[in-house]
Write a protein that binds this ligand. Sequence first.
Ligand code: KIV
Length: 269
Amino acid sequence: MSVQKPIRRITVPQIRNKKNSEPIVSLTSYHSHTAAIVDQYADFILVGDSLGMVMHGMDSTVGVPLELMIMHGKAVVRGTKRSLIVVDMPFGSYEESPAVAFRNAAQIMKETQCGAVKLEGGVRMAETIQFLVERGIPVMAHIGLTPQSSHVMGGFKTQGRDKSTWKAHEDDAKAVAKAGAFAVVVEGVVEPLADRITKKIDIPTIGIGASATCDGQILVLEDMLGLNPSPPKFVKTYGDLGAQIENSVKAYAEDVKSRTFPTKDNVYK
Ligand code: KIV
């Protein structure tokens, strides 16, 4: 007889059903302790491939290997119990063919125990999204500014400034929704375009630098905490963690140098 454990985490259908209802709260996390804090407030947590830049000092997300996503994905799953955990598929792990995408997405899900994967691309990835969803892998799509294509796009550029490009972005949104994605990140597109996309598709849009009318919002945790010395312009910072860390490290260094640390309370007896 098998013993079924109750599912306590927020599920993919629960996120999907939030379309046109209460806003979806999400943040990135790459790390067990911070994920445990975010877990209390987020509907889903994204283990984004932005970790290549934020945690590992890379210039872009292009160099992030699958193994790194799996390692951070495991840490975030271990640190959380409530939010849906979505892990990014890194550049090169899904574009070649639906079969390659399936193999790598299945590895991510098996090894991390996450609830879904995210991949970048609209019309061009629709066939792959359908292939994955039909085989049991929930997919979050990502359109607009797609950082893994930053070399083709000529950098991290806001999308949709030229109205003649709007149809292509709308087609991307419709294609991923039709292919079975349960939600779509809409990154770095002009506000009226994000608003139009949100109204035109029946899956939740998750905005980042897009529009308050999206069905949910996501930010990179370190950006909103004030840890990134040069965050993107659209980021609202809710903390001043960079300064707090610096002050703490400075105070510690002064204590060590003046031999006021450790005290009797801070040593093993
Ligand atoms: O990698 C990431 O963190 C992301 C978010 C910015 C949406 O894709």
